[in-house]
Write a protein that binds this ligand. Structure first.
Ligand code: AMP
Length: 281
């Protein structure tokens, strides 16, 4: 496994692989890797070669968010990548990705209006822009994204289709801790009490799954049962709990054929997300 910091080195390596007729899978990340990221790297192993990018993208953070404190540890990440079978890590500096006179952005309507797009303005503009750039640098056959960031997955699929990117976008299941908490680099912010309190997210998701599986279709009823669980935890403060259409990411009053139940909750100062994909019948 090699670690490179420049766009030129990625391009030269990938070009050589292409000359050899090899396929390339790509996993974009912000680093501080855990088993969730490793599951994507392993899934990307269906290609001949796997590229992982590690880049904490300033453009997708709001001015009051955790860009400065976001955990970074390249040595730890190298081990996790190598364990999971990556061939190349691309870990650029901010200056390598954004020249001083950078002016171009990729943006999206509709799908970015609700959920994290509503409470994190400009977040998806940053995500779409950096992922487009990374796609242009790596030029993979397939790219792998976690269902943990369900809206992001929908946005990237839409972007790839709208902009005729010749890349297959593959969604991978949420990897959880044994007690149900979805794995996240941000879990490292939690102290012992907050770590316990954070279980309300997965409990609320399970509650939604139970209700939907038992035939409940009214969104307000499901959201109210989830809210009751979150509100009972003193360290938790709801950012949003919403049920949206899988196609438009807009809220739906009744679940018809498939829906995304998504929530974002502050545990102390840490904002965590979780969701349940109902694929419909
Ligand atoms: P991040 O480093 O948080 O930007 O995440 C990079 C990729 O890993 C995204 O596609 C995430 O959806 C995915 N990911 C993060 N946590 C998990 C998890 N617990 N299970 C599955 N995928 C995940």
């Amino acid at each position: 496994m090699v670690v490179v910091k420049t766009i030129k080195e990625v391009r030269e390596t990938v070009k050589q692989w292409r000359r050899e007729g090899l396929t390339v899978g790509f996993v974009p990340t912000m680093g501080y890797l855990h088993e969730g990221h490793q599951s994507l790297i392993r899934a990307a192993g269906e290609n001949d070669r796997v590229v992982v990018s590690i880049f904490v993208n300033p453009m997708q953070f709001g001015p009051t968010e955790d860009l400065a404190t976001y955990p970074r540890d390249l040595e730890h990440d190298k081990e996790k990548c190598s364990e999971a079978g990556a061939d190349l890590i691309f870990a650029p500096e901010v200056s390598e990705m954004y020249e001083d006179n950078f002016q171009s952005y990729v943006d999206m309507n509709l799908l970015t209006e609700e959920l994290c797009g509503l409470t994190r303005p400009c977040h998806f503009r940053g995500v779409c822009t950096v992922v487009s750039k990374l796609f242009n640098i790596v030029k993979p056959d397939r790219a792998y994204f976690g269902k943990k960031d369900a809206q992001q997955l929908a946005v990237i699929k839409r972007m790839a289709a709208d902009l005729n990117m010749d890349i297959e976008i593959i969604g991978c299941p949420i990897i959880r801790e044994d007690d149900g908490l979805a794995k996240s680099s941000r879990n490292t912010y939690l102290n012992a009490d907050e770590r316990k309190a954070a279980l309300v997210l997965s409990q609320a998701v399970r509650k939604a799954e139970e209700l939907i599986t038992s035939g409940v279709r009214n969104s307000a009823e499901i959201i109210s049962a989830m809210s009751a669980l979150i509100d009972a935890e003193p360290l938790a403060k709801t950012d949003y709990i919403k049920i949206v259409s899988l196609d438009t990411m807009q809220q739906i009053p009744e679940i018809d054929n498939g829906a995304l139940v998504a929530l974002a909750v502050y545990i102390g100062k840490t904002r965590l997300i979780d969701n349940y994909f109902y694929e419909g019948k």
